[in-house]
Design a protein around this ligand. Structure first.
Ligand SMILES: Cc1cc2nc3c(=O)[nH]c(=O)nc-3n(C[C@H](O)[C@H](O)[C@H](O)COP(=O)(O)OP(=O)(O)OC[C@H]3O[C@@H](n4cnc5c(N)ncnc54)[C@H](O)[C@@H]3O)c2cc1C
Length: 376
């Protein structure tokens, strides 16, 4: 077995892992990032919509705080929410100063990527910064166990699957940043390698997991026959109408009013679709009345306009939608600095639970990974 030594071992090359690695490197530590793919590639961060929810451009900290708790049904950890709201704008400004391409909008920052990887400017910037600063990387590795000695985590065991070589990574501190587990579900929008490994590693090491019963379904998965499980732009339900097979307005029927509904009401909107399905109804998005003037102008909606018109004839007919698994809300229980109950083990990003309560508000995951990745 090969043995590799480092000060800080970061497991996961998504946004949380790279932000944590950069922070550790700034403090002078020798850092090694291991992941299943090259840095940033095929991660949720890379495939994300690239939108960070923030208290900026006319949205106050109080509003961001209130909306996050409202979406999470009030069971979010308020200390984590406060930290997110207060620190996220500066963390994003910092990335913007480093060269992150994007635009400031009311209540959010949008990366200027291209479909379907809107988050690529973020992962590219973090990966370039990591390499420039001498952070070592080891891709194509699956970590399958953590190494413990005298109750302290001292590294991890991995398998470099392209070479077929087992490796023992020995470290002074280990950061779990392996993301969520959405790909465990048959209908999901996550990259295939998002298999919840971090929860198992943390649990086996003695960490508590919290809120694991909350898995976020996003209501606006396109469910047309022969179509990929495409995630529609979050602005489209507000611009169009959501109707059932009998023509009833579904949002009105279930009193789903907080807009954008696909950002703030993912849980109740998904539940409404499932209730309709149980009644034998189908649920559709009606975009027929949307001309060029009314079509939402955000990047994602604009990028889908031609495809929805040409390939799915959305100007002439209704498009069926169905919830798709999007995000694991629960996860490892940590302190605000990422420390877990097990000495030597830290965690950040989607693998952590507590911030989002029972339902994550859209845009808060990217803000989470840079705030809590930095802190870990
Ligand atoms: C389609 C889509 C759109 C989204 N859009 C948005 C959005 O616009 N705004 C927002 O806030 N959130 C969005 N999200 C959610 C957000 O992207 C994720 O929650 C966030 O990027 C997770 O970052 P992470 O660093 O924790 O995990 P990831 O970015 O998923 O990275 C996980 C890393 O861990 C590695 N890994 C996993 N297991 C192992 C293992 N056993 N050994 C070694 N490495 C391992 C993987 O290879 C990967 O490098 C979206 C999610 C999806 C799927």
């Amino acid at each position: 077995m090969e043995i590799v030594k480092t000060d800080v071992l970061v497991i996961g090359g998504g946004g949380a892992g790279m932000r944590a690695a950069l922070a550790a490197r700034e403090k002078g530590a020798e850092v090694l990032l291991v992941s299943k793919t090259p840095l940033g590639k095929s991660t949720c961060t890379y495939l994300s919509g690239g939108a960070f929810s923030l208290a900026v451009e006319g949205i106050s900290r109080e509003t961001h705080f209130k909306n996050t708790l409202q979406a999470g049904k009030g069971i979010n950890d308020p200390e984590f929410v406060k930290i997110l709201v207060e620190e996220a704008p500066e963390r994003v400004r910092e990335l913007h100063r480093f060269g992150l391409k994007g635009a400031w909008r009311k209540g959010y920052f949008a990366c200027l990527g291209k479909a379907p990887s809107w988050g690529a400017p973020l992962t590219d910037l973090l990966a370039d910064s990591a390499r420039e600063r001498g952070i070592a990387e080891k891709p194509w590795v699956i970590i399958f166990d953590l190494l413990a000695e005298d109750g302290k985590i001292k590294g991890a065991l991995g398998f470099e699957f392209r070479r077929g070589v087992p490796i023992a990574f020995l470290s002074k501190a280990t950061v779990l940043a392996n993301g969520g587990g959405g790909a465990l579900y048959p209908r999901n929008d996550n990259p295939v390698r998002t298999t919840g490994d971090g929860y198992a590693l943390a649990f086996q090491a003695g960490c508590r997991l919290r809120d694991m019963e909350f898995v976020q379904f996003i209501p606006i998965g396109l469910a047309e026959e022969g179509s990929p499980g495409l995630l529609l732009a979050v602005s489209l339900p507000d611009a169009g109408r959501i109707v059932n097979s009998s023509g009833e307005d579904v949002l009105e029927k279930y009193q789903i009013v907080d807009k954008p509904v696909a950002v703030r009401c993912r849980d109740t909107f998904s539940q409404a679709i499932m209730k309709e399905e149980e009644r034998g109804e189908r649920v559709f998005i009606d975009l027929r009345a949307l001309g060029d003037k009314d079509w939402p102008k955000d990047n994602m909606a604009m990028s889908q306009k031609q495809m929805l018109r040409d390939r799915f004839s959305c100007a002439a007919r209704l498009l069926r939608i169905y919830p798709t698994v999007h995000f694991f809300i629960g996860g490892v229980s940590t302190e605000p600095d990422g420390g877990t109950e097990v000495p030597g083990l830290f965690a950040a990003g989607e693998v952590v639970g507590g911030l989002h309560g029972a339902n994550r508000m859209g845009g808060n995951a990217l803000s989470e990974i840079i705030v809590f990745g930095y802190r870990a």
